[in-house]
Design a protein around this ligand. Structure first.
Ligand SMILES: [Fe+2]
Length: 356
């Protein structure tokens, strides 16, 4: 019998760079013609947003936001290491990185033994032209272990459980694994102690109706997008079910497995009702209270229309985790809400009680 440890983290790209660039997404958004002109003046922002921006354009807030989250990452990493997993399944989204016009699967598992990439050179999500916080050379090669047997077993058993799974043995030429997976490992290894746990990246098509239309990012803010929307994400109900099935399958496996939901929650650049400049903090806090209290079925019962209106597309990764924790009857051991009005998104960090 296996043993399962649930974890939840953010993969916000801003922490790869310096503090002065942490509000980069806000600065880019404010250049859009779709943002009302009066909102280019910070005096017209909501009060908590002005406070976080302060008199230094958010520089002091960036330092404390980073310090808070990286302290949480260290806690999650210690929990992961103490658990001694055989492999780590990561639920993460793809933002027009691996999956483009030729194919967008609702879910996809990457199956590999070893994987190497040069993310600073290959990924536009990683700001290749800017320095990174570790001072890594731009051509640095990152090497990851996979787990062929575990990944193959998971896909096989999901298909036998009536989930029509897609899988990949290789990545798209010229494009690394999505930053949802790479950044998760970067931040779990923020102190550069090394990360040798084998990984099984499990993609969820969180961006759904705008993944091609907005290029999984700010495309809708800078012209040229068609009025047509793409077909939707998998429903919250389906994400919850696949999380439940994943937990059952891995609990019955011979392995010790950590399962991680990787994403921030409401994203400013997806929240039209806030003119794309700040996230839906209230919606996130309601979800956070549900998660904290173990009211997991609330995530199953979320509505995709409400999710999109709240800019919470990436929460679908956490709906998978909520399904898994519901199935295992595991409650949070550590959980933290790290809100922000200017750094694009609310972040939630969590560890759950291991279950065998
Ligand atoms: Fe993402």
């Amino acid at each position: 019998m296996g043993e399962i440890l649930g974890l939840g983290v953010t993969h916000h790209p801003g922490f790869l760079g310096q503090d002065e660039n942490l509000a980069e997404l806000l600065r880019r958004t404010l250049k859009s013609d779709r943002v009302p002109a009066h909102l280019r003046d910070s005096k017209n922002w909501p009060e908590p947003m002005q406070q976080e921006w302060g008199s230094d354009e958010g520089l002091a807030s960036a330092a404390s936001h980073r310090a808070h989250l990286m302290a949480d990452f260290a806690k999650v990493r210690d929990r992961l290491d103490a658990f001694k997993p055989d492999f780590v399944v990561i639920w993460g989204d793809d933002q027009y990185e691996q999956f483009r016009e030729d194919c967008v699967p609702p879910f996809n598992v990457f199956i590999f033994d070893k994987y190497e990439c040069q993310p600073y050179l290959q990924s536009s999500s990683i700001n290749p032209g800017k320095s990174n916080i570790w001072g890594d050379p731009i051509e640095k090669v990152f090497k990851f272990q996979g787990h062929m047997a575990g990944a193959g077993y998971l896909v096989q058993n999901l298909i036998e459980s009536d989930f029509d799974m897609a899988y990949s043995y290789k990545v798209r030429d010229g494009s690394p694994l999505p930053h949802s997976f790479l950044n998760t490992i970067q931040y779990l290894d923020y102190d550069r102690r090394g990360f040798n746990h084998p990984i099984v990246p499990f993609h969820v098509n969180c961006y759904g109706s705008t993944v091609i239309r907005s290029r999984g990012s700010l495309g809708h803010l800078f012209g040229g997008v068609e009025n047509r929307f793409d077909p939707i994400s998998p429903t919250p109900r389906r994400c919850f079910q696949i999380g439940q099935a994943t937990a059952r399958i891995l609990r019955d496996s011979p392995w010790r497995v950590a399962i991680i939901a990787s994403s921030s929650w409401s994203h400013a650049f997806l929240t039209e009702k806030n003119n794309w400049i700040y996230p839906d903090v209230e919606a996130d806090l309601r979800c956070f209270e549900d998660l904290k209290a173990g009211r997991y079925t609330k995530f199953r019962d979320m509505n995709l229309k409400d999710i999109e209106e709240a800019g919470q597309q990436e929460v679908l990764n956490w709906v998978c985790l909520a399904g898994a924790m519901h199935e295992l009857d595991s409650k949070p051991e550590f959980i933290d809400f790290v809100g922000s009005w200017i750094f694009n998104s609310s972040k939630v960090m969590a560890t759950f009680a291991p279950v065998s």
